[in-house]
Design a protein around this ligand. Structure first.
Ligand SMILES: [Zn+2]
Length: 351
């Protein structure tokens, strides 16, 4: 049995406090110490992790949002900051206003500078809704990400299942990327070389990563989910595994995932192992004619069963069924995914 560092209630309280900017740990130099707070004596060890702006190297910061076992991680994504002589680069802007504003305020307080550019790793709204609080700036993404951001728009009632996140929600405005890349790009923030690298299709059909070759740091976006069930609702899951293998061939020592604590290739191997498992197990159940929701409930997840948001496996089986049938589109099949999650929950709830 896994013992948690925080109770669910405590972790939720941390998340709420962090949203208000009230619990920001002082930025500190990364010294090769894993961020996750693991509890010894239990296998598998699933950590909880804090909301904090963490200094990884001079002028380089990661911003994580607290979560862990039993805490709904949806929309609790991570971001990054690079500081240069003329201003700051944001790597994603988070979703709800209270999260975006807390991140922006923490970065500006730590550096004494203001933001001049944003890179969106992909279009999902927990990574792009906050764009409007950083404008007017250049916002950079892949071409697919820009169009998908526009197509998704701002929902009528954003994050309505999270009443504690509603503060200043009416201020949300669509702020799609202004600059689109067909390939990669290299920016220089003072001495820091910032490489933007396309890595799609993977979690979406437009994922970009941000790589700092001198520091061997990678902001992987949602190609990396650590201790959180990968959300493949826009993914091409077999290609996502290839995207992870491309990272494994890179000279990277530290990885900031889109969701989860700061880690390394060791945790990335677990993201890959989860995806590999569901590809193989879903393939068998597809061949048997099982429905995707039932397949998701039927797959033994082993050490991944304790990851946050396990119902996402039903999104992932829907995507894999479409891949196997040759009908996969970049867009989400919301009706099929909702039906699969409902079936998954009905089966799991009856056990
Ligand atoms: Zn995403």
């Amino acid at each position: 049995m896994t013992r948690n560092r925080y109770t669910r209630r405590e972790a939720t309280a941390f998340a709420a406090l962090a949203g208000l900017g009230a619990w920001l740990a002082p930025a500190k130099l990364f010294a090769g110490i894993p961020q996750a707070r693991k509890v010894s004596g239990s296998v598998p060890e699933i950590p909880s992790w804090p909301t904090e702006l963490r200094r990884l190297a001079p002028n380089i910061y990661a911003y994580t949002q607290a979560s862990g076992p039993g805490v709904d991680n949806a929309s609790l994504s991570n971001a990054g900051v690079i500081a240069g002589p003329e201003g700051l680069l944001a790597i994603d802007t988070l979703g709800p206003p209270i999260h975006a504003k807390a991140f922006k305020a923490a970065a500006q307080a730590a550096t004494g500078k203001t933001f001049g550019r944003v890179i969106n790793t992909h279009h999902h709204r927990d990574h792009t809704n906050g764009n409007c609080f950083f404008t007017p700036v250049e916002i950079v993404s892949s071409e697919y990400t820009r169009q998908a951001t526009i197509d998704d728009g701002i929902p009528a009632q954003p994050y309505d299942t999270r009443p504690e996140w509603q503060e200043r929600m009416s201020e949300l405005r669509l702020a799609p990327p202004t600059t689109t890349l067909r390939g990669g790009a290299t920016y220089r923030y003072g001495e820091v070389v910032v490489e933007v690298i396309p890595n799609y299709p993977a979690h979406t059909f437009g994922d970009l990563m941000v790589y700092l070759p001198q520091q061997k740091i990678l902001f992987a976006g949602d190609v990396a989910f650590y201790y959180v069930t990968p959300a493949g609702h826009n993914a091409q899951i077999t290609k996502w595994i290839d995207a992870i293998d491309r990272i494994n061939r890179m000279d990277v020592e530290l990885i900031v995932p889109g969701h989860g604590p700061i880690g390394t290739k060791k945790e990335l191997a677990e993201t890959r192992a989860y995806l590999d498992l569901i590809v193989e197990e879903t393939r068998k159940r597809y061949a048997m004619g099982m429905s995707p929701g039932r397949a998701a409930a039927d797959i033994p997840l082993g050490r991944f069963a304790g990851w946050t948001n396990p119902e996402r496996t039903a999104w992932n089986t829907v995507r894999l069924y479409a891949e196997f049938a040759g009908t996969l589109k970049p867009q989400q099949d919301l009706a099929a995914q909702n039906a699969a999650v409902a079936e998954y929950l009905a089966i799991r709830g009856s056990r």
